[in-house]
Structure formats: C-alpha cells, structure tokens
Write a protein that binds this ligand. Structure first.
Ligand SMILES: Nc1nc2c(c(=O)[nH]1)N[C@H]1C(S)=C(S)[C@@H](COP(=O)(O)O)O[C@H]1N2
Ligand SMILES: [Mo]
Length: 517
C-alpha cells in the first residue's frame, strides 16, 4: 500500500512537471513568434494589457505604490505563476483523462486570442500567435503524458529504465527550450516594451507645412474598395529584420557621411525642431505582383532630406545616397531624387502618430516615386553620400536592379476575381498609381475588346494612388476584365507580363467575373 502511494505521488509530480514544461514551451514559442510576426503585441503583453485595463484604478494605484516602476514586471511574474499553477493542474488532469489537460491548454490559447482582440495594435498575425502556441503546448503535453504513462505503466523487466530515460529526455528538452527561449523572449520583449512606451509618450510637433486637404471625391463610395489612406495596422510590412529593432529615440542619431563638405550628426530632438512637412505618399514594394497588395498610402510627417543634404554639401561626382538602418540593411537612392523638389522626407510620423516600431521607429526615409528597396529605409541611422560605381544597396547584389523607379500600374479591387455578380450594370473599382508622375486615365476592357474609359477620382497628389470606378453592362456569362493606367505624360503601363525581379512586375491586372442571370 505504502509503495503504491509513493508511486502515485511521484506520478503526479512528473505529470505536473509535464504540464508546466508543455505550457512553458508553448508560451515561450508564442512570445518569440510574436517578436517575428507581430512585434507590437504578444500573447503575454496582450493579456497583461487586458488585465491592466480591467483592473479598477484603486488597485492599479496600489500596485504602482507597492511595486513602483517594477509594476509591469510584478504583473508578468504574477501571470507566469498563475499559468504555471494551472499548467501543473493540466498535467495532472491529462494523466487521468486523455485530452482533459490539453483542453486547459486550449483555453490558455483562447484567453490569449481574446486578449489580443482587445488590443488597439491587434493584427491578424497577432491573433494567430496564441493559437499556434496553444497547439504546440497541447501536442507537447499529450506526448509527455504518453511517455510518462509508458514509464509508469506495467513495463516488462529491464525496459523501465529505458522508458524513464525517454520521458526524462523529452521533459528536459522542453524545459531547456523554455529556459533559453524565455531568456531570449524576455530580453526582446523587454526592449520592445520599453521603446513602445517611449513611443506612446512621444508628442510629435505639428507640421509647419501640413498635408494638402484630400480633395472631395478622392475616396469613391463603392463596397469592397480599400481605404484611400491605409490604416497603420493594415499597412504592408516588408523587411529583413528578424526581430524588429527597438531604438530609443533619445539615443537615436543620424550621421551624414561620405562625399560631403561637412559631416553631420543629427539627434531626434533636433530633427523634431526642424520645420516639418506632412504629405500623403503611396509607397510600394518591388516584389508586388501585378494585382498584389504590397502597396499602401499613408500621411507621412518629417523633414525634407534635401535640407539635410544641403547642410552637408554633397561633393561633385557623388550620385547616390546609401542609407543604412540600425540592423545594417542599406538602400541606394539617386542623389538627384533626394535633392530635387519632390517631398523625399526623413519621416517621424505615419497617419498622425509616431512611426510604428515595425515601420521604422523612430525615423525612416520616404521617397515618392521609388520602390521601397531603394529608398524607404526604416530604423535609419546613416546617410552616406557616395557613387553608384562605389557602393551598392542590400538587394542589388541579390538580383535586383540598382535603380528602382516605381512602374505605372493599376489594380481591380471590385469585384474580386472569380466573384459572381448579377447581370446588368456591374460596378468595377480599384486603384492606379504612377508616383510623382500622376495618373492621367484608367481604362478597362472586357474579353480583350475595346478599352473603355473609367471615371478617375481626383488624386490627393501626384505621389499617391488614385481611385477609379466604371459601370459596365454585362449579360450572363464568363468574362475576363483587364485594367490599364496611363500616366499624366501619356505613357501607358506595359502590357507585357514580366516577373517582379529585377525591377518590378509589368502586365495588366486581369480578373475573371462570373455574371449570373
Ligand atoms: N531597415 C530596413 N528598411 C527597409 C527594408 C528592410 O528590409 N530593412 N525593406 C524595404 C522594403 S523592400 C520596402 S518595400 C519597405 C516597406 O516598408 P513598410 O514595411 O513600412 O511597408 O521598407 C524598406 N525599408
Ligand atoms: Mo520591398
């Protein structure tokens, strides 16, 4: 009897350990994954944020009084302890009843999702992370529990030791992942959280030269169109940064180096004190396929790059500015584009707020008319005035052209391709762009028939995309519809289909429409 009791205790102890390790591994994986795909909100920070929002002010004040600036650490520690206790319970329950403990881990995942949904920085990626973490944790719990069962079960003589070692190895492996990942995640998240707070406290100055008002009618009213100005949370994100750089604006410094008469160092406060301008600019990725969504339009606040370069005094012979980010990534931009009258800016604001971390906080470049890979450096730290003959940007030796002007292009957003619509007048709508040249006209053709002129909405500026609409009478049947934009110089977009490499895709966006009686 006594011996049985001991076995039972030992059993529960290892079952509890399995629960803690399984949940811990899932948790740590979720935090690391969040660092990659949704840096401004992770499962833990979301739950913590939801707790802070839900707690009555009195309790909050008491917590701050008790823990001071360590209040966040105290909260996270408390959360970890609660999760560990519940996870231990899940381990014990799973051992008694298969999938009962896994269900508890699933609830962790759902709580994570619910918390993320309450966060203003919520993105689809951020919602997926707690689910992925819970699936990993659940699978691990099941595996560990099975191994434990095999060890504790009635094993033939001599096999018990081997089975014990198998379980212990799996448990130790999970524990190691949790420990190492936990330290990594805490470091990352800690840095990002501190910078996020600094970002939230930041008050950007008003622009001396505000963005021109959006003309009436620039945003058409047609269901299914994308907003004319892309909200920050929906803005596409492209970069090579494994973890999003967390840069303290107080320590940020931009250096102007290379072929200049005077090297310059510019701090963040100095930059904010300059006469700022605010402009809508549509930026696009060279990897955007025809009809793709790697393009977005935002209102950027910043200081013209040409003012800074004029202070530095570029020397004769220089024809390129190699901009460098804190993580070493570089872009090579023609010097003349940064010096001419267009609004190339050192941007600090995006749609009325400081740049989001993933979009380059605290400072990035925005250059109307050039693809992002040769112009839109995020987490900017250096501008080196140089020559195309001497320097190359990050993507140039990797199969992309040294120069990357944006190609005139257009997209059909309504109706979506393959969609069924009712016969009669079918409304089409979409966007067209030719940054810094402007759009002159947009046309549609059905089944390669004659081009028909679309109604072009007024653009915000030559540097942004334009919306367009066209109603076409269609009888029941299957149709192929294509769009073509022409810029204000009269140059139509290219018909020939070409891939994104080396300097941007060409061809007409083509959709299929299924018209029903
Ligand atoms: N530091 C850094 N800046 C970068 C990149 C990068 O990989 N690292 N990618 C560029 C590319 S290819 C594009 S298309 C734009 C995208 O900017 P967004 O993520 O704000 O949309 O950023 C540019 N700036
Ligand atoms: Mo890009």
């Amino acid at each position: 009897m006594r011996r049985d009791g001991n076995v039972h205790d030992r059993n529960s102890r290892w079952a509890a350990a399995s629960g803690v390790v399984a949940a811990g591994t899932g948790l740590v994986l979720g935090e690391l994954l969040a660092g990659l795909v949704s840096p401004s909100v992770s499962p833990m920070t979301a739950v913590g944020g939801a707790v802070i929002d839900a707690v009555p002010p009195g309790v909050k004040d008491a917590a701050i009084a008790l823990f001071g600036t360590a209040d966040k650490i105290a909260l996270l520690t408390g959360m970890v302890l609660v999760i560990a206790a519940l996870a231990a319970l899940a381990g014990i329950i799973e051992q008694r009843r298969r999938f009962a403990g896994v269900a508890i881990i699933a609830v962790f995942g759902l709580v994570g999702v619910a918390a993320v949904l309450t966060r203003p920085q919520m993105t689809p990626n951020a919602v997926a992370v707690p689910l992925v973490a819970a699936v990993v944790g659940g699978i691990l719990l099941r595996l560990l529990t099975r191994r434990l069962g095999e060890w504790q079960g009635r094993a033939p003589e001599g096999v018990e030791g081997a089975r014990r070692r198998t379980f212990m190895r799996a448990l130790a492996g999970g524990a190691a992942v949790t420990a190492v990942g936990g330290v990594l995640a805490a470091g990352w998240r800690g840095a990002a959280a501190g910078i996020n707070e600094a970002r939230q406290r930041l008050q950007l100055p008003d622009a001396g030269s505000p963005a021109p008002a959006i003309p009436a009618g620039a945003e058409v009213s047609l269901d299914g169109m994308e907003p004319l100005v892309t909200p920050n949370r929906d803005f596409y994100r492209i970069d090579t940064a494994l973890s999003v750089p967390a840069i303290d604006p107080d320590k940020w410094m931009l250096r102007v180096t290379g072929m200049v008469d005077h090297e310059i160092e510019l701090g963040f406060a100095e930059l904010l004190a300059k006469p700022l301008i605010e402009r809508h600019v549509t930026i696009a990725c060279v990897s955007n396929e025809v009809g793709g969504d790697l393009i977005g339009n935002a209102r950027w606040l910043g200081w013209p790059v040409r003012e800074l370069l004029a202070m530095a005094g570029p020397q004769t012979g220089a024809d390129m500015v190699l901009s460098r980010s804190s993580d070493g990534w570089t872009a090579g931009t023609p010097l003349e584009v940064l010096m001419d009258s267009r609004d190339a800016i050192l941007a600090v604001g995006m749609n009325g707020e400081p740049l989001p971390l993933e979009h380059g906080f605290p400072v990035r470049m925005i250059v109307p008319g050039l693809y992002g890979y040769v112009s839109a450096t995020k987490w900017l730290t250096e501008l080196k005035v140089t020559r195309f003959a001497d320097d190359v940007g990050y993507w140039t030796p990797r199969g992309w052209s040294a120069r990357g002007p944006i190609k005139t292009s257009s997209r059909i957003d309504v109706p979506r391709t393959g969609r069924q619509v009712a016969a009669g007048k079918v409304m089409f709508g979409g966007v067209a762009w030719a940054q810094h040249n402007g759009i002159g006209k947009v046309e549609l053709r059905v089944n390669r028939g004659p081009w028909q002129m679309a109604a072009l909405a007024p653009g915000i500026s030559l540097d942004t995309w334009y919306q367009w609409t066209l109603g076409i009478d269609l009888a029941p049947g299957q149709y192929e519809v294509q769009v073509r934009a022409t810029n204000l110089k009269g140059e139509p977009q290219k018909e020939e289909s070409r891939p994104v490499a080396p300097d941007g895709a060409t061809g007409f966006h083509t959709i299929r429409v299924d018209v029903r009686p």
